[in-house]
Design a binder for this molecule. Structure first.
Ligand SMILES: [Cu+2]
Length: 141
């Protein structure tokens, strides 16, 4: 009998860990890096979907020393958002508002390699969009 109870407990723990693992995998999955496409004019372009409250992709990979153009496409019906990327020492100095449903292009040329955080600087009832998940990483290689 003792063996059976231990088996049951073990199964419960195993099931619990599996559920935690699966849920975390879908909800908090690691961002997938997306490389910007280099156009014929030498500009690295990438479409970024702006939603409440996310950027997609949220991990953008670009090459250092070449111009980058982000095409920020808002798909929201009401809420305005923003794209902030503030590392002037690395050639990254963007603070762009994006109205609902609007498409805005921003350009910059990264001068340093590294990982840089971008985010939305808007707030809703004192809670920042950044905290709600409107953030991402620009990886300069
Ligand atoms: Cu926002």
């Amino acid at each position: 009998m003792r063996y059976n109870i231990e088996s049951v407990i073990f199964l419960f723990i195993f099931a619990f860990i599996s559920i935690c693992y699966l849920t975390s995998g879908t909800t908090y999955g690691e961002p997938t890096p997306v490389q910007a496409t280099v156009s014929e004019d030498g500009v690295q372009r990438i479409d970024v979907k702006v939603d409440s409250y996310s950027f997609e992709p949220n991990h953008i990979v670009v090459t250092v020393g070449k111009p980058v153009e982000l095409i920020l496409k808002s798909v929201t019906k009401v809420l305005p958002h923003n794209f902030t990327l503030n590392y002037p020492e690395a050639g990254l100095n963007v603070d762009q508002d994006i109205s609902h449903g609007q498409e805005v292009k921003v350009t910059f040329t990264p001068t340093k390699t590294g990982s840089f955080d971008f985010y939305c600087d808007k707030k809703f009832l004192f809670e920042s969009h950044r905290k709600k998940g409107m953030k991402g990483i620009l990886e300069v290689k």
